[in-house]
Design a protein around this ligand. Sequence first.
Ligand code: NCD
Length: 303
Amino acid sequence: MRHLMNPLDFTTEELDRLFDLANDIEKNPEKYAKKCKGKKLATCFYEPSTRTRLSFESAMINLGGSVLGFSDAGSSSASKGESVSDTIRVISCFADICAMRHPKEGAAMVAASKSSIPVINAGDGGHQHPTQTLTDLLTIRSLKGRLDHFTIGLCGDLKFGRTVHSLINALSRYEDIHFIFISPEELRVPDYIIEMLKEKNISYEEVIKLEDSISKLDLLYMTRVQRERFFNEEDYVRLKDFYILDKAKMELAKDDMLVLHPLPRVNEISVEVDDDPRAVYFKQVQYGVYVRMALILTLLELV
Ligand code: NCD
Protein backbone atom coordinates (compact mmCIF):
# COMPACT_ATOMS: atom_id res chain seq x y z
CA MET A 1 0.00 0.00 0.00
CA ARG A 2 1.26 3.48 -0.92
CA HIS A 3 0.85 6.82 0.76
CA LEU A 4 1.79 10.28 -0.46
CA MET A 5 3.77 12.31 2.07
CA ASN A 6 6.23 14.17 -0.11
CA PRO A 7 6.31 14.90 -3.85
CA LEU A 8 9.54 12.91 -4.00
CA ASP A 9 7.65 9.72 -3.04
CA PHE A 10 7.03 9.32 -6.77
CA THR A 11 9.88 8.92 -9.25
CA THR A 12 9.90 11.34 -12.20
CA GLU A 13 8.69 8.45 -14.42
CA GLU A 14 5.80 7.77 -12.05
CA LEU A 15 4.98 11.48 -12.09
CA ASP A 16 4.93 11.43 -15.89
CA ARG A 17 2.41 8.59 -15.80
CA LEU A 18 0.32 10.44 -13.22
CA PHE A 19 0.31 13.63 -15.32
CA ASP A 20 -0.54 11.71 -18.51
CA LEU A 21 -3.46 10.19 -16.65
CA ALA A 22 -4.56 13.64 -15.40
CA ASN A 23 -4.44 14.98 -18.98
CA ASP A 24 -6.51 12.03 -20.17
CA ILE A 25 -9.05 12.67 -17.40
CA GLU A 26 -9.26 16.29 -18.60
CA LYS A 27 -9.98 15.15 -22.18
CA ASN A 28 -12.24 12.18 -21.42
CA PRO A 29 -13.95 12.76 -18.05
CA GLU A 30 -16.79 10.33 -18.83
CA LYS A 31 -14.29 7.45 -19.04
CA TYR A 32 -13.53 7.93 -15.34
CA ALA A 33 -16.95 8.88 -14.01
CA LYS A 34 -17.61 5.51 -12.32
CA LYS A 35 -14.09 4.31 -11.54
CA CYS A 36 -14.50 4.84 -7.79
CA LYS A 37 -18.06 3.61 -7.45
CA GLY A 38 -18.48 2.23 -3.92
CA LYS A 39 -15.23 3.82 -2.68
CA LYS A 40 -15.03 6.42 0.07
CA LEU A 41 -12.61 9.25 0.64
CA ALA A 42 -12.22 10.66 4.16
CA THR A 43 -11.02 14.26 4.39
CA CYS A 44 -9.54 14.83 7.85
CA PHE A 45 -8.77 18.53 8.07
CA TYR A 46 -7.42 19.81 11.39
CA GLU A 47 -6.64 23.19 9.83
CA PRO A 48 -8.80 25.57 7.76
CA SER A 49 -8.90 25.00 4.02
CA THR A 50 -11.41 25.59 1.30
CA ARG A 51 -9.63 24.82 -1.88
CA THR A 52 -7.67 21.73 -0.99
CA ARG A 53 -10.49 19.97 0.83
CA LEU A 54 -13.13 20.80 -1.76
CA SER A 55 -10.72 19.91 -4.53
CA PHE A 56 -10.28 16.43 -3.01
CA GLU A 57 -14.01 16.06 -2.51
CA SER A 58 -14.78 17.21 -6.04
CA ALA A 59 -12.14 14.80 -7.39
CA MET A 60 -13.72 11.83 -5.59
CA ILE A 61 -17.25 12.81 -6.63
CA ASN A 62 -16.09 13.13 -10.27
CA LEU A 63 -14.86 9.54 -10.00
CA GLY A 64 -18.25 8.32 -8.79
CA GLY A 65 -17.11 7.79 -5.18
CA SER A 66 -18.36 9.36 -1.96
CA VAL A 67 -16.78 11.55 0.70
CA LEU A 68 -16.96 11.95 4.45
CA GLY A 69 -14.86 13.81 6.98
CA PHE A 70 -14.38 16.86 9.14
CA SER A 71 -13.10 20.32 8.32
CA ASP A 72 -11.75 21.58 11.62
CA ALA A 73 -10.12 20.03 14.63
CA GLY A 74 -12.83 21.43 16.91
CA SER A 75 -15.48 19.22 15.31
CA SER A 76 -13.36 16.06 15.54
CA SER A 77 -12.41 13.92 18.52
CA ALA A 78 -9.06 15.72 18.58
CA SER A 79 -10.92 18.24 20.74
CA LYS A 80 -11.48 15.39 23.22
CA GLY A 81 -7.78 14.57 23.19
CA GLU A 82 -7.69 11.75 20.66
CA SER A 83 -4.32 11.20 18.97
CA VAL A 84 -3.84 11.27 15.20
CA SER A 85 -2.75 7.61 15.35
CA ASP A 86 -6.02 6.56 16.97
CA THR A 87 -8.11 8.72 14.66
CA ILE A 88 -6.61 7.15 11.53
CA ARG A 89 -7.17 3.61 12.85
CA VAL A 90 -10.82 4.48 13.27
CA ILE A 91 -11.05 6.24 9.88
CA SER A 92 -9.49 3.15 8.28
CA CYS A 93 -12.68 1.27 9.19
CA PHE A 94 -14.88 3.90 7.52
CA ALA A 95 -13.10 4.84 4.30
CA ASP A 96 -10.84 3.50 1.54
CA ILE A 97 -8.46 6.45 1.35
CA CYS A 98 -7.77 9.52 3.50
CA ALA A 99 -6.54 13.05 2.80
CA MET A 100 -5.19 14.69 5.96
CA ARG A 101 -4.26 18.29 6.74
CA HIS A 102 -2.71 19.11 10.09
CA PRO A 103 -0.97 22.14 11.62
CA LYS A 104 1.87 19.96 12.94
CA GLU A 105 4.79 18.97 10.74
CA GLY A 106 4.95 15.19 10.36
CA ALA A 107 1.34 14.50 11.45
CA ALA A 108 0.38 12.82 8.16
CA MET A 109 3.47 10.64 8.44
CA VAL A 110 2.43 9.47 11.92
CA ALA A 111 -1.04 8.71 10.56
CA ALA A 112 0.38 6.77 7.60
CA SER A 113 2.45 4.58 9.91
CA LYS A 114 -0.72 3.39 11.69
CA SER A 115 -3.11 3.35 8.78
CA SER A 116 -4.49 0.42 6.83
CA ILE A 117 -5.68 2.71 4.01
CA PRO A 118 -3.59 5.07 1.80
CA VAL A 119 -2.99 8.46 3.44
CA ILE A 120 -2.37 11.62 1.43
CA ASN A 121 -0.62 14.50 3.13
CA ALA A 122 -2.82 17.51 2.33
CA GLY A 123 -0.41 19.90 4.10
CA ASP A 124 1.49 19.47 7.36
CA GLY A 125 2.33 22.75 9.10
CA GLY A 126 5.03 24.73 7.29
CA HIS A 127 6.57 21.51 5.99
CA GLN A 128 5.13 19.99 2.80
CA HIS A 129 2.08 20.19 0.58
CA PRO A 130 2.63 17.50 -2.04
CA THR A 131 -0.73 17.66 -3.81
CA GLN A 132 -0.34 21.39 -4.36
CA THR A 133 3.03 20.59 -5.92
CA LEU A 134 1.47 17.95 -8.17
CA THR A 135 -1.03 20.64 -9.17
CA ASP A 136 1.76 23.14 -9.88
CA LEU A 137 3.77 20.62 -11.91
CA LEU A 138 0.76 19.49 -13.92
CA THR A 139 -0.10 23.14 -14.69
CA ILE A 140 3.44 23.88 -15.87
CA ARG A 141 3.74 20.65 -17.86
CA SER A 142 0.35 21.07 -19.52
CA LEU A 143 0.86 24.72 -20.47
CA LYS A 144 4.58 24.65 -21.28
CA GLY A 145 4.98 21.06 -22.44
CA ARG A 146 7.95 20.34 -20.17
CA LEU A 147 9.28 20.47 -16.61
CA ASP A 148 12.93 21.23 -17.37
CA HIS A 149 15.00 24.17 -18.64
CA PHE A 150 13.28 26.92 -16.70
CA THR A 151 14.20 29.98 -14.71
CA ILE A 152 11.60 30.09 -11.98
CA GLY A 153 11.08 32.94 -9.53
CA LEU A 154 9.46 32.14 -6.20
CA CYS A 155 8.24 35.29 -4.53
CA GLY A 156 6.85 36.17 -1.11
CA ASP A 157 6.91 34.07 2.04
CA LEU A 158 9.59 31.52 1.25
CA LYS A 159 10.19 30.76 4.91
CA PHE A 160 6.77 29.53 6.02
CA GLY A 161 5.25 28.67 2.63
CA ARG A 162 5.00 24.88 2.50
CA THR A 163 3.94 24.94 -1.15
CA VAL A 164 7.24 26.65 -1.92
CA HIS A 165 9.27 24.03 -0.04
CA SER A 166 7.52 21.16 -1.80
CA LEU A 167 7.84 22.76 -5.23
CA ILE A 168 11.58 23.44 -4.89
CA ASN A 169 12.11 19.85 -3.80
CA ALA A 170 10.17 18.51 -6.76
CA LEU A 171 11.70 20.79 -9.41
CA SER A 172 15.23 20.10 -8.19
CA ARG A 173 15.03 16.72 -9.94
CA TYR A 174 14.64 18.22 -13.42
CA GLU A 175 17.42 19.38 -15.72
CA ASP A 176 18.60 22.97 -16.02
CA ILE A 177 16.36 24.62 -13.46
CA HIS A 178 17.53 27.97 -12.14
CA PHE A 179 15.78 29.26 -9.02
CA ILE A 180 15.44 32.94 -8.18
CA PHE A 181 14.22 33.34 -4.60
CA ILE A 182 12.56 36.72 -4.15
CA SER A 183 11.77 37.55 -0.53
CA PRO A 184 12.42 40.03 2.24
CA GLU A 185 15.38 39.10 4.46
CA GLU A 186 13.05 37.81 7.22
CA LEU A 187 11.20 35.40 4.92
CA ARG A 188 14.12 33.77 3.11
CA VAL A 189 14.04 30.13 2.07
CA PRO A 190 15.06 27.87 5.03
CA ASP A 191 18.72 26.86 5.30
CA TYR A 192 17.98 23.15 4.88
CA ILE A 193 16.66 23.84 1.38
CA ILE A 194 19.67 25.97 0.45
CA GLU A 195 21.93 23.14 1.69
CA MET A 196 20.04 20.65 -0.48
CA LEU A 197 20.47 22.87 -3.56
CA LYS A 198 24.19 23.31 -2.89
CA GLU A 199 24.64 19.58 -2.43
CA LYS A 200 22.92 18.86 -5.73
CA ASN A 201 24.75 21.69 -7.48
CA ILE A 202 21.54 23.41 -8.53
CA SER A 203 21.85 27.08 -9.41
CA TYR A 204 19.93 29.63 -7.40
CA GLU A 205 20.09 33.26 -6.39
CA GLU A 206 18.40 35.20 -3.61
CA VAL A 207 17.15 38.72 -4.27
CA ILE A 208 14.87 41.21 -2.57
CA LYS A 209 13.31 43.20 -5.43
CA LEU A 210 10.86 41.56 -7.83
CA GLU A 211 11.38 44.32 -10.46
CA ASP A 212 15.05 43.45 -10.79
CA SER A 213 14.51 39.83 -11.84
CA ILE A 214 11.05 39.56 -13.35
CA SER A 215 12.36 39.97 -16.93
CA LYS A 216 14.53 36.83 -16.57
CA LEU A 217 11.69 34.54 -15.50
CA ASP A 218 9.88 31.79 -17.43
CA LEU A 219 7.67 31.11 -14.41
CA LEU A 220 6.71 33.31 -11.47
CA TYR A 221 5.30 31.58 -8.38
CA MET A 222 3.68 34.17 -6.12
CA THR A 223 2.75 33.33 -2.51
CA ARG A 224 0.87 34.95 0.33
CA VAL A 225 2.58 35.89 3.60
CA GLN A 226 1.55 33.06 5.95
CA ARG A 227 -0.08 35.07 8.74
CA GLU A 228 -0.98 32.01 10.85
CA ARG A 229 2.68 30.97 11.20
CA PHE A 230 3.95 34.33 12.48
CA PHE A 231 4.84 34.77 16.11
CA ASN A 232 3.62 38.33 16.26
CA GLU A 233 1.09 40.39 14.33
CA GLU A 234 3.46 43.40 14.03
CA ASP A 235 5.91 41.48 11.85
CA TYR A 236 3.06 40.22 9.71
CA VAL A 237 1.67 43.72 9.19
CA ARG A 238 5.12 45.03 8.25
CA LEU A 239 5.73 42.30 5.68
CA LYS A 240 2.30 41.48 4.28
CA ASP A 241 2.35 43.96 1.39
CA PHE A 242 6.04 43.69 0.60
CA TYR A 243 5.23 42.48 -2.91
CA ILE A 244 2.34 43.45 -5.12
CA LEU A 245 2.40 42.13 -8.65
CA ASP A 246 0.59 44.65 -10.85
CA LYS A 247 0.23 45.54 -14.52
CA ALA A 248 3.32 47.76 -14.50
CA LYS A 249 5.51 44.89 -13.26
CA MET A 250 3.92 42.48 -15.76
CA GLU A 251 5.09 44.84 -18.54
CA LEU A 252 8.67 44.00 -17.60
CA ALA A 253 8.06 40.24 -17.90
CA LYS A 254 8.48 37.92 -20.89
CA ASP A 255 5.45 37.50 -23.16
CA ASP A 256 5.18 33.82 -22.26
CA MET A 257 6.01 33.96 -18.56
CA LEU A 258 3.37 32.14 -16.50
CA VAL A 259 2.17 33.51 -13.17
CA LEU A 260 1.20 30.79 -10.69
CA HIS A 261 -0.17 31.10 -7.15
CA PRO A 262 -1.40 28.28 -4.88
CA LEU A 263 -4.18 30.61 -3.61
CA PRO A 264 -5.67 32.02 -1.45
CA ARG A 265 -4.43 35.38 -2.67
CA VAL A 266 -4.45 38.34 -0.33
CA ASN A 267 -2.84 41.50 -1.81
CA GLU A 268 0.24 40.07 -3.50
CA ILE A 269 -1.35 39.98 -6.96
CA SER A 270 -3.43 42.96 -7.96
CA VAL A 271 -6.79 41.93 -9.47
CA GLU A 272 -5.88 43.92 -12.59
CA VAL A 273 -3.45 41.10 -13.45
CA ASP A 274 -6.22 38.47 -13.53
CA ASP A 275 -7.16 39.19 -17.16
CA ASP A 276 -3.58 38.89 -18.39
CA PRO A 277 -3.32 35.61 -20.36
CA ARG A 278 -0.10 34.86 -18.49
CA ALA A 279 -2.00 34.70 -15.18
CA VAL A 280 -2.87 31.02 -14.79
CA TYR A 281 -3.70 30.71 -11.08
CA PHE A 282 -7.37 29.99 -11.65
CA LYS A 283 -6.56 27.39 -14.33
CA GLN A 284 -4.23 25.88 -11.73
CA VAL A 285 -7.24 25.18 -9.48
CA GLN A 286 -8.86 23.13 -12.27
CA TYR A 287 -5.64 21.18 -12.82
CA GLY A 288 -5.66 20.48 -9.08
CA VAL A 289 -8.89 18.50 -9.44
CA TYR A 290 -7.56 16.44 -12.38
CA VAL A 291 -4.33 15.61 -10.61
CA ARG A 292 -6.13 14.61 -7.40
CA MET A 293 -8.41 12.36 -9.47
CA ALA A 294 -5.33 10.75 -11.01
CA LEU A 295 -3.74 10.40 -7.57
CA ILE A 296 -6.79 8.74 -5.99
CA LEU A 297 -6.98 6.25 -8.89
CA THR A 298 -3.27 5.51 -8.60
CA LEU A 299 -3.20 5.01 -4.82
CA LEU A 300 -6.34 2.86 -4.93
CA GLU A 301 -4.70 0.85 -7.74
CA LEU A 302 -7.65 1.38 -10.05
CA VAL A 303 -5.52 2.11 -13.12
C1 NCD B 1 -1.73 26.77 0.35
C2 NCD B 1 -1.51 26.07 1.69
O1 NCD B 1 -2.46 25.65 2.32
O2 NCD B 1 -0.35 25.94 2.05
N1 NCD B 1 -3.05 26.76 -0.05
C3 NCD B 1 -3.51 25.72 -0.77
O3 NCD B 1 -3.53 24.61 -0.35
N2 NCD B 1 -3.86 25.97 -2.04
C4 NCD B 1 -1.16 28.10 0.28
C5 NCD B 1 -1.54 29.10 1.30
O4 NCD B 1 -2.35 28.83 2.20
O5 NCD B 1 -1.01 30.20 1.19
